[in-house]
Ligand binder design. Structure first.
Ligand code: ACO
Length: 409
């Protein structure tokens, strides 16, 4: 005899929309997606043009401030971010206290959470709830700090994973060059420099991952941010959302899936298993794209460039191609409109670049920080922020009286 809210005439109209599949929680000027046509635009600029002509820091500026930066703005922006890449000794020590086998994404999220504790000046609970409405300099300061430190936190998370000491950032390198430097570097600080072509490939991947409107982690960012918590805490929440295998963890899950399949001859059996609902085909399907994910096409090209630079062919690529072709030509997948998403190819590129598997979601998180910040800023700047608080349909017990422990059966 479950109690239903329909019985309660006082409850008023509620829209029951599990997983918010049809609910627009806000209006936004940042990113436009047409899922049927496979269109993705940031502030009106098509993703294809941004991936080809722009770079990650410029796209981050565009997402956050609404326009492409002028030359002086661009130089200032890069300078500020690259000079905010250092972590305090306290924060570095806190990072070092993680276990060597902790998942890098868990380290990334917990370090951002810790940054909240290390940054009382960024906390509206301490500085006044209108801090970021009244003080744009304070807001901009947090923005460059977050973007700058994201690469160092990420690189340190990987260094913990491979049991190596941290490498200090270099502000004279580009954003992705510096990140590769901190991750790769072994012994020769003066002579070592990452291959600029690989840094450029990573930069293109960062452009492609920078924002994707109301995805799960960005929704988490705006939801948690709506309570006016500090931006570090909201980013930690968004990072936790991204950690899951249905979201940012999918690039890692794709490689584990391809390794499990092993060889091309095992593809048909795997496809049958998916159709019999024994497993998901990771890297396929999308809540919004029902035709094609424009990012997956660009990543496929980047993958070929990276394989060429590295000079060795990734053995799993043949399995990936055979699996993709088998799924795309199968009516079961066609009817469900399942196509490769951004994660289908990105994991293969990260693997070719030599990153450990469990580091892959972090490579998604670092650029997505730009999108999270853009949405957080938009929400604060709107001046109409309200705390996010969905309703529910209660389907539990009706009122009943407490039974003392010795009378329960
Ligand atoms: N493999 C097998 N079946 C799938 C897949 C998949 N990858 N994706 C969807 N389906 C099936 C579902 O079982 C469902 O079938 P049904 O209608 O018979 O029950 C149907 O297709 C519709 O799928 P939903 O799960 O309802 O779609 P939803 O929009 O809720 O989920 C999601 C989207 C989570 C991305 C899903 O496609 C999925 O789990 N994909 C695999 C994980 C993945 O690649 N995630 C990365 C997403 S992109 C990103 O975060 C950047």
């Amino acid at each position: 005899p479950a109690h239903r809210d329909e019985d309660d005439f006082a409850s008023g109209l509620r829209i029951y929309d599990p997983a918010f599949m049809n609910t627009a929680a806000l209006s936004s000027r940042i990113t436009y997606i047409d899922g049927e046509k496979g269109t993705l635009m940031h502030r009106g600029y098509p993703i294809e043009q941004l991936a080809e002509k722009s770079d990650f820091l410029e796209v981050a500026y565009l997402l956050i401030y609404g326009e492409l930066p002028s030359k002086p703005q661009s130089e200032r922006w890069s300078w500020e971010i690259m000079h905010h890449t250092f972590l305090s000794d306290d924060l570095s020590r806190m990072m070092q206290s993680h276990r060597y086998d902790a998942h890098p994404m868990a380290i990334f999220a917990s370090t951002f959470s810790a940054m909240s504790a290390f940054s009382p000046e960024a906390n509206p609970a301490l500085q006044g709830q209108n801090l970021y409405i009244n003080d744009k300099a304070a807001m901009n300061k947090q923005i460059v700090r977050i973007l700058g430190k994201a690469t160092t936190v990420a690189a340190n998370a990987m260094r913990i994973r491979i049991n190596r000491p941290f490498v200090l950032p270099r502000s004279d390198l580009s954003y992705t060059e510096n990140m590769l430097f901190m991750m790769d570097h072994m012994n020769e600080p003066s002579s070592y420099r990452p291959d600029p072509r690989l840094a450029k490939a990573l930069d293109v991947l960062f452009v492609l991952h920078a924002d994707h409107e109301m995805n799960c982690s960005t929704a988490a960012m705006t939801h948690v941010g709506s309570s006016l918590v500090d931006p570090y805490s909201a980013i930690a929440a968004a990072a936790c959302a991204l950690y899951g295998p249905l979201h940012g963890g999918a690039n890692e899950a794709v490689i584990r899936m391809l390794q499990g399949i092993g060889t091309v001859d095992k593809v048909p059996a795997f496809i049958e298993g998916v159709k019999n609902r024994k497993q998901l085909l990771f890297g396929f399907g999308h809540r919004i794209y029902k035709n094609t994910d424009p990012r997956s096409k660009i990543i496929r090209q980047v993958a070929d460039e990276v394989f060429e630079i590295i000079g060795s062919k990734e053995p799993l690529i043949e399995v990936a191609i055979a699996l993709r072709d088998a799924a795309l030509s199968d009516p079961w997948f066609q009817e469900k409109k399942l196509y490769p998403n951004v994660d289908y190819w990105s994991g293969l590129v990260y693997k070719a670049l030599g990153f450990p598997l469990d580091f892959f979601p972090v490579l998604f998180a670092v650029p997505r920080v730009a999108g999270w910040i853009a949405h957080w800023k938009q929400q604060i700047d709107s001046g109409t922020n309200k705390i996010a608080r969905p309703r529910q349909l209660y389907v539990g017990e009706k009122r009943r009286d407490y039974v003392p422990l010795d009378q329960r059966v």
